[in-house]
Each structure stands twice: as C-alpha cells, then as structure tokens.
Write a protein that binds this ligand. Structure first.
Ligand SMILES: NC(=O)c1ccc[n+]([C@@H]2O[C@H](COP(=O)([O-])OP(=O)(O)OC[C@H]3O[C@@H](n4cnc5c(N)ncnc54)[C@H](OP(=O)(O)O)[C@@H]3O)[C@@H](O)[C@H]2O)c1
Length: 435
C-alpha cells in the first residue's frame, strides 16, 4: 500500500482538529482510499503551548522547513494562516514536488494564481476545500459535481461571525455594537473584528468561489466589499416589515450577454421565503444556480475545529489517491477556462434597493425626493413613513425598482444634499434570486 506521511504546519484550532480527526478516522480514510496515512511531523511556534490535541512531543518542531524538507514527508498541510510564511511553506513544498493541503483563504485570495501556477509547474497539486465555508464541500462540488454546468449565479453566507450578529440583531431587535461586544465575549468574533465585519473574510472566500466557477483568477482588489457596521436595528426592523431578512451575501453573478461577472460582498435584503433567509447563527450556506442543475443549496458549519478538519481530511483523501495512482493533476486545483472573463465594476451592476432616509417631517419632502428618483429613471415600488417617530427627523423608507448601482448612488448623493434630509442615507441592495 502507498504510504502517505503527512507533515502538518500549524497545531492551532485547525491543526489540532486535523490531528484528532486522523487519530479517530485515519484508518477509515486509509481503507477507503487504499493508501496508508500517518502524521509524520507537526510544526508549531511554541513547543510549551497547551493544545486542543495531544500531539506526541517527538513529532513536534518549531522549524517548518524541517518538516517540509524531510524526505519521508510526501504530503504537507499548511494550517498556520497569514500570507507571508504560509506562502513560503506552500511554495517550498510545491517546488519539492510535494502536494499541499491548505485552509488559508487569505493566502489563496492574495497569491492563488502564483501558487496554482507553481503546482502545475512542479507537477503536483494544491488542495483547498477548507478555505471556504469550513465543513461544507463547496470547492469539490463546484470543481467536480458541477463540472458540466455553467454557474449562472452563486450566493453565499460565507462568514459565520456576520451571520451570527445579523441573526441576533433580528431576533432581539438589538443594536450592532451590543451584539458585536457579546459575540467577542463568546468567542464568535475576533478582537479586532474588522476582517469579518467589514466583509474582507467573506470577500476572500467569494473570490475563490468566483474564480472556480468562472475559470479566471479574480483579483481581490476588483471585488466590491461592504461590511455590516452600518446596519442598524431600524434597517432590520423595516426590512422585516417588508418581508425581508438582511444577510451579508457574497454574490457571483454572470452579467447577461457578457463575459463580465459581478463579484461582490454586501448586506442584502433576502426575501423571507428564500431559503437563505433562514440560515441563522454561525451557520454558512451557499446557493448555486447552474444552467443544467438549476438551484442547489449547501448548508453547514463554516468554521470550527472539527468542521474544518472534515474538509482538510477530504483533501488529504484526494491527495492520497493522487499519490497512490501517480497521476499528476488528476483533478487540477484550478483550471483556467474563461480567459476573457472580467469582474464587472459595481457601477454597472443592476439591483433593486431598500433606501432609508432621515427627513424633516414637513409637507413636500417626499415629492422632492421622488422627483430626484424620477429624473434618474428609477422607479419607486413602495414608500413607508412609519408612524410613532417623533423628533426633528423621522425615517422614510423607499423600495426602488432595478437600476444600475452607479445611477442609484448618484441619485442618492443628490438626495443627501437636500436640506430636509438629515444624516447619511442608507442603501441596501435587494436580491430576488431570479435567474
Ligand atoms: N479556525 C477555523 O475555524 C478555520 C476555519 C477555516 C479555515 N481556517 C484557516 O485555517 C488556518 C489556521 O487557522 P487556525 O484557526 O487553526 O489558527 P490558529 O489557531 O491561530 O493556529 C495557527 C497555528 O500555526 C502555528 N504557527 C504560526 N506561525 C508558525 C510558524 N512560523 N511556524 C510554525 N507554526 C506556526 C501556531 O503555533 P502555536 O500554536 O505554537 O502558536 C498555531 O499552532 C488559517 O488559514 C485560517 O484562515 C480556520
């Protein structure tokens, strides 16, 4: 039987999870694949640190090169995170012809193109199932399960922290900052929380999914990203009254009749009747629309020791099979197939909108705002002026018909300048999920 000696770089949440999962199911994996798997070495930063997994001392080292360059190690798992040393770990391994498994979305987002090219050049492979949505096998599904489909649209709730915060805001009518502070106490949000709540983590994952679905590498700088800091309890309440739930959605959508693709992350009004509206708490979900399969939904834990380890083990299984058969690039990590593809600038993307304004409560205000929308050719589908609000200004909510983001943003900038409009208007896009 082919012997696979795994070198794990990183023994933190995911590294410990993988060590434990292999201790539990390594024999099962070996018998299913028909090759033996064994953890050979584990590199960490601090040998004295207490870990979730009991890793024998003789396997541990603080020198990752010792692991990667060990001639006995024929498979490497990069589980340290970050984009500098992790890049070196992956490149060094690939150059030695050793396949690599990684869970590192930040690394792939920043250096994916270079790393996949290196894997090809050195005749080996890079596996990355755990980099998106923890335990959900979305990479394998896009790469293999949907290989015969054109992916017309993909919508993902891919950041558990944001989904947890938005879910609690909805259920409790609570403010963003109060729920965030609580989420940090409970360990559901990092300190500082910026990477998650400003949408960057979701953008890393959405970019990876978009690259795989559309066959050209997405430059992360081209992804339009908005986080959830500006979402208020009031927005969630009014959206609810209109029959919607606000979710942070990573959207990948082909623009009609063009090779341009919308790749974006922003808070989105999801109709309550749509399945994504009921994805709550730290759970993740990806809703895929293929031209042959139609609608498909993936749901599960997007992070955590065991869920993530499950995906790393799936990659380890694939790598074991490749090592056993000796077939190079049996399932290439990334196949460029739409070289003319490009990311559409957000200004060209067409959406419907929820707009919340704070206006002075006097006659004529609504007419002035409606005139600006009319001049911009933006139709209004409904207006709500909720009762029971007192004070200098009151909320005024508009649901707007389809318009490009560029046109809607310009109209809103004009409206914001009206003396009767107070504060910054809130604009949240509405998704109908129609093909
Ligand atoms: N946590 C999740 O739920 C999750 C889910 C999906 C993907 N991921 C991804 O998985 C990766 C690992 O995340 P994590 O949560 O496991 O991180 P973590 O708990 O911070 O663990 C990082 C590990 O890397 C080790 N390390 C850091 N620098 C090193 C170096 N130069 N040499 C050797 N070891 C080094 C650390 O050693 P010490 O322990 O000695 O400090 C630690 O064991 C990241 O890319 C992350 O984005 C995580």
């Amino acid at each position: 039987m082919q012997q696979v000696n795994l070198g794990i770089i990183g023994g933190g949440t995911v590294g410990s999870g993988v060590f434990d999962a292999l201790a539990r199911n390594g024999a099962l994996l070996s018998s299913r694949v028909g090759a033996n798997i064994k953890v050979h070495r584990v590199a960490v930063r601090d040998l004295q640190k207490k870990r979730a997994a009991t890793i024998p001392k003789n396997l541990l080292t603080t020198d990752w090169r010792e692991v990667v360059c060990d001639p006995e190690v024929n498979l490497v798992a990069e589980l340290i995170g970050g984009t500098t040393i992790a890049r070196e770990v992956v490149l060094t391994s690939l150059k030695l012809g050793k396949p690599v498994v990684t869970a590192n979305k930040a690394l792939l987002s920043a250096h994916g193109e270079e790393l996949f090219a290196a894997a090809k050049k050195y005749g080996t492979n890079l596996y990355y199932e755990a980099s998106v949505c923890g335990g959900i096998p979305i990479i394998k599904s896009l790469r293999e399960g949907f290989v015969g489909n054109r992916i017309t649209a993909l919508y993902g709730i891919v950041n558990g922290t944001c989904n947890y915060i938005l879910t609690r805001m909805k259920l409790e009518g609570a403010d963003f900052s109060a729920v965030l502070a609580d989420a940090q106490k409970l360990g559901y949000a990092e300190t500082p929380p910026d990477l998650d709540i400003d949408g960057h983590d979701a953008a890393h994952k959405t970019g990876i999914l978009a690259s795989l679905a559309h066959g050209f590498w997405i430059n992360p700088k081209k992804i339009h990203v908005e986080g959830i800091r500006h979402i208020s309890a009031l927005d969630i309440k009014f959206a609810g009254e209109l029959g919607y739930t606000i979710k942070l959605i990573g959207t990948v959508k082909k623009l009609e009749g063009s090779c341009r693709v919308q790749v974006s992350v922003y808070p989105t009004l999801v109709p309550n009747a749509h399945v994504l509206a009921s994805v709550n708490g730290v759970f993740n979900a990806v809703f895929v629309q293929g031209d042959i399969v139609g609608d498909a939904l993936f749901y599960g834990r997007g992070a955590g020791k065991d869920a993530t380890a499950s995906s790393v083990l799936s990659d380890i299984g694939d790598a074991m099979l490749d090592l056993k058969t000796g077939i190079k690039n049996r399932l290439p990590a990334f196949v460029p197939h739409e070289c003319a593809g490009a990311v559409a600038p957000i200004d060209e993307v067409v959406s419907q909108y929820f707009v919340r304004l704070n206006v002075v409560d006097k006659p004529g205000v609504l007419a002035k705002i409606a005139t600006i929308f009319g001049q911009s050719n933006i139709g209004i589908s409904s207006v709500i002026q909720p009762e029971g609000h007192e004070g200098e200004s009151v909320p005024l909510i508009f649901m707007l018909h389809y318009a490009t983001n560029g046109v809607a943003a310009k109209a809103l900038a004009k409206i914001a300048k009206l003396p009767t409009v107070k504060g910054k208007p809130v604009m949240i896009r509405v998704e109908s999920f129609e093909q």
